[in-house]
Design a protein. Structure first.
Length: 214
């Protein structure tokens, strides 16, 4: 895809969990607390190997369908207490967002995580997004990407690639989440990076030349 940001500043969308932040330690702690509160067995180590989809999908593995909505509320009540402090920024995350800003662009975060908790993470880690859209997954992310006229979407999951493709934007995938490079390419990622540390350099060439083939 060679289209560029002709309708305004360069806008780059980023997924949150396992793209910008390593939330595994925090989320593991929340699931452990939820298991303790409810007396329900939850394999917290397993849950953090499949981050990306909406929370209710994961909780449905551990609770009966009629209890999932209540468990979502209970999980979210525990989240600020247990999940924010242990979570770290991914290597290159702050630099990737700063690179967008340095080029006069806008960096937006588009995530399946609910917006208040996503904002807690960004604030705690000092990652400044120009906009934040929460509670959207896979193809739903395309709506936010189109509304913000994004040219690029960066994510770690097949759902992120699907969202980018549905929006018609350039899909950059990083291998820091549950999906490997071959899976991400097969899903249609335009560029696959091991992590975000090489993103700023790629973006500068993209912005200068208008070509994604940096």
């Amino acid at each position: 895809m060679g289209h560029m940001f002709t309708t305004g500043p360069l806008t780059v969308g980023f997924d949150l969990d396992m793209t910008l932040i390593d939330s595994r330690p925090g989320i593991r702690a929340v699931y452990q607390a939820l298991a303790e509160q409810t007396g329900t067995y939850i394999d917290a180590d397993l849950t953090v190997t499949r981050l990306g989809p909406p929370l209710a999908e994961e909780l449905a593995h551990w609770f009966p369908a009629e209890e999932v909505a209540a468990m979502v509320r209970q999980y979210r009540a525990l989240y600020p207490v247990h999940a924010i402090h242990p979570t770290t920024a991914m290597p290159g995350a702050r630099e990737a967002v700063a690179a967008v800003r340095r080029l006069g662009g806008r960096a937006i975060v588009v995530t399946a995580k609910n917006q208040p908790q996503a904002q807690l993470h960004l604030t705690h880690l000092g990652i400044d997004a120009d906009a934040l859209v929460g509670d959207v997954w896979a193809e739903e992310k395309a709506v936010a990407l189109r509304e913000h006229r994004a040219a690029v979407f960066v994510g770690d999951h097949l759902g992120d690639v699907r969202g980018a493709r549905a929006a018609g934007v350039f899909s950059v995938a990083v291998c820091t989440g549950p999906c490997d490079a071959d899976e991400l390419r097969a899903a249609g990622a335009d560029l696959v990076l091991q992590d975000l540390t090489g993103f700023a350099e790629w973006l500068e060439v993209y912005a200068r030349t208008g070509s994604p083939d940096a």
